[in-house]
Design a protein around this ligand. Structure first.
Ligand code: AMZ
Length: 320
């Protein structure tokens, strides 16, 4: 078999193995990816975001599931009254994003973010257990016990928003306990001001200054949402990411809000020098705007039987 051959079928293991043609081809992809076939087990090693292919950096696209009342919803600009329910089976939804090639999943408990009861905890735990990719979980993480519990339930990473504002020491404590890749800060801004409690209250804090403060506390990733763009599909607030990114020295930015088509992704892909390496996409994925999605069973989501889809959960240290 030619060494360079991209796909090799290993009969013994009954697997198709994708191996890099050359180290340059997959750049930052840290490990070989192995896909199962015909209902066999699927194993995916961890990716580093910003995979480089032939010197071209690709932003990591992270599908979002926002949970409310047990369903997958999207809000318009974060307003709880402007809710659209997309699917009522979040575990199946998570698997659908996974088979659409998600490398990381973004999971938010909207009820808990607003201070409501944490009714979604069981389903969050189930998704974390049943998916073989890292899941980042936000919404309602207010105490170190919440951080510990989410990570123990299988989340790869927790996002602290409201409590980073109200109790910034929590961020320092959680990072020193679990490390900066497992604890990140969510900054959700409207007109440059960070908002809290499910975005229902202002904080009086300037989003950029707040990000710098968090970086000084050891934070190495900011999930930065522009509220006025969120759910609109009108395009990301590129200037806001440039402004924040030019002030940060060590933290990376995950952009969020406004993605409506592939051109928006390409726009964000130019912001690597502004520390943007990944983007959360919600409504655009649910509304199937990317042509490639149509090949990935979205229209059959109700009928699809995903019980044959099994996966190896990540261990708590993030390895398989
Ligand atoms: O849409 C909303 N109203 C909303 C939302 N998506 N409110 C909060 N959140 C997300 C933030 C962040 O990921 O983007 O919840 C997380 C922060 O939650 P908390 O409870 O720590 O502020």
């Amino acid at each position: 078999m030619v060494e360079n051959k991209r796909r090799a079928y290993n009969k013994q293991q009954n697997r198709i193995t994708l191996s890099p043609k050359s180290p340059r081809t997959y750049g930052n992809l840290t490990k070989t990816v192995t896909f199962g076939i015909a209902g066999k087990e699927t194993t995916t090693k961890r990716y580093r975001s910003n995979c480089k292919t032939n010197g071209f950096s690709m932003i990591l696209v992270i599908p979002a599931i926002d949970l409310r009342g047990g369903s997958c919803v999207r809000l318009l600009q974060g307003e709880y009254e402007k809710e659209k329910v997309y699917f009522d089976d979040p575990v199946k939804m998570a698997k659908l994003w996974r088979i659409q090639n998600a490398k990381v999943l973004h999971l938010v408990d909207l009820d808990a973010a607003k201070g409501g009861p944490e009714n979604n905890r069981d389903v969050i735990g189930q998704i974390c257990r049943e998916l073989d990719i890292p899941v980042q979980v936000g919404g309602g993480i207010r105490t170190i016990e919440d951080v510990d519990a989410a990570l123990a339930a299988g989340a790869y990473r927790v996002i602290i928003g409201t409590s980073a504002v109200l109790n910034p020491d929590l961020v320092s404590e959680a990072i020193s306990k679990h490390g900066s890749s497992r604890v990140v800060v969510g900054i959700d801004a409207r007109d440059g001001e960070a908002r809290i409690q499910g975005w229902t209250e202002g904080s009086g804090l300037d989003a950029v200054q707040f990000a710098i403060d968090m970086e000084n506390r050891g934070c190495r990733r900011i999930v930065y949402t522009d509220i006025s763009r969120d759910g609109t599909m009108q395009g990301p607030n590129v200037d806001a990411y440039k402004t924040m990114g030019s002030r940060l020295k060590r933290a990376k930015i995950t952009a969020s809000g406004g993605i409506g088509n592939h051109k928006h992704l390409i726009e964000l892909n130019t912001l690597e020098s502004f520390r943007v390496d990944s983007v959360i996409v919600g409504r655009a994925l649910y509304e199937n705007v990317f042509p490639c999605q149509q090949f990935w069973c979205w229209h059959m989501k109700e009928e699809l039987d995903l019980t044959c889809y099994s996966s190896a959960p990540l261990k708590t240290d993030g390895t398989l």
